[in-house]
Design a protein around this ligand. Sequence first.
Ligand SMILES: [Zn+2]
Length: 469
Amino acid sequence: MAAAIAPPTIDPLRSAVDQWRAAALAAQTLWVRSLGGTAIEAAAHARFAALVRFARARSPLYSNAWAHLPAGPLERTELPVVTKRALMQVFDDWCTDRAVTHDAVARFLEQRGHIGERFLGRYVVWTSSGSTGEPGIFVQDDAAMAAYDALVSAQLASPGFARCNWHDVVAQSGRAALIAADTDHFASIASWRRQASGKPWLDMKCIAVTQPVPDIVRALNAYQPAFVSSYPTLLSLLAEEQHAGRLAIRPAALWSGGEGLSLAARSEIERVFGCPLQNEYGASECLAMAHGCREGWLHVDADWVILEPVDRDGQPSPPGTLSHTVLLTNLANAVQPIIRYDLGDSVRLKAGPCRCGSPLPAIQVEGRSDDVVALRAHDGTLVSIVPLALTTVVEDAAGVHRFQIVQTAPDRLALRLTDADRARAGAAALAALRAYLDGHALTHVAIVLDDGEPRPERRGGKLRQVVAL
Ligand SMILES: [Zn+2]
């Protein structure tokens, strides 16, 4: 169960400053983008130069790593690639504020009642295992949070939302629901709670994704949100519930992230709910990196983010080819600089402009797709469970991050852990999954510990955490 979360504390002055800053950045972002590709590149270039200057002056890690490089402006390609594991090992030297130490942040993160509150009164922090399975702690300054807010605002002002019925939003008092994992300081719940505390005039509710789908449906029917944000797999399940008549909500807009979203799934969700859906590609390292378009591409927020698709040798992957990984530079956050960071995702850069007309570069992301598992209940009906719910249960209970849940029969799941984790955490992970399945009236579904280790996909080598029959 999630720890009880205290009601958000509201600082009116800080809230006003935050809103003003985000609004100014949103206006600036829309203006830069209206000027086209050259202006976007110029904005990125100026932000990159400032970030590198700041990191070199204030982060002992980067200062040492770049000591052999010439003084003055540095070219992006001459900077070494960094990894989460390496950065986490020198966390204190990585950060640019000497008060931000690993021990202090870890103590703050232990308090799950403070999700979304400010660390040291000035930073938002969250934790993640991400797609690589390595635990990480991420600290965001106010400028970064304002930039993420501005990028959301820029999307709401985009042509995709032109058919959004804002009258419905007002009629439903602007109620907004996030359905996500809420058991720890994850990026989505932490940023959501920060939003809720900064905008007391908005009615915002978080619903735990680990609940059975019928409970989520009941909560949404009672709340009647104008805006719903969740994972694509859960929105697809909710579309089925709405279609079947069990769910009856009239959202004016939907938002999704955390997983890939196919054009077909998006069309179906939009058709059933009769409103636009925006899918966002984000990560704990950078909350907003790219956003979906009508043509099925993700457009990189290239004025705020640099994504470099590279091959196994670290050389740029040509447009049209699938990269081995992608290097992320987050131009918004200065307290914990992310510069040429190996994100681990495989992406394909689009050759030529996108038919949607966006001046931003377009990518597709591979391997961010886990399956919805349909398990057979006692009475023969199928109970659908979204992958994020299962993975959250295991991570939370057993503290393991590299694992795989594989459905081997309609009433059977197998858990694969690494050899090291199997002895240490196998029993705890199994017990948590057992309790979770029992809570979903799936008492007869077997859950077994597999002898084997998690198996990455043959193509691309990525690990899918939840694989259905
Ligand atoms: Zn496009």
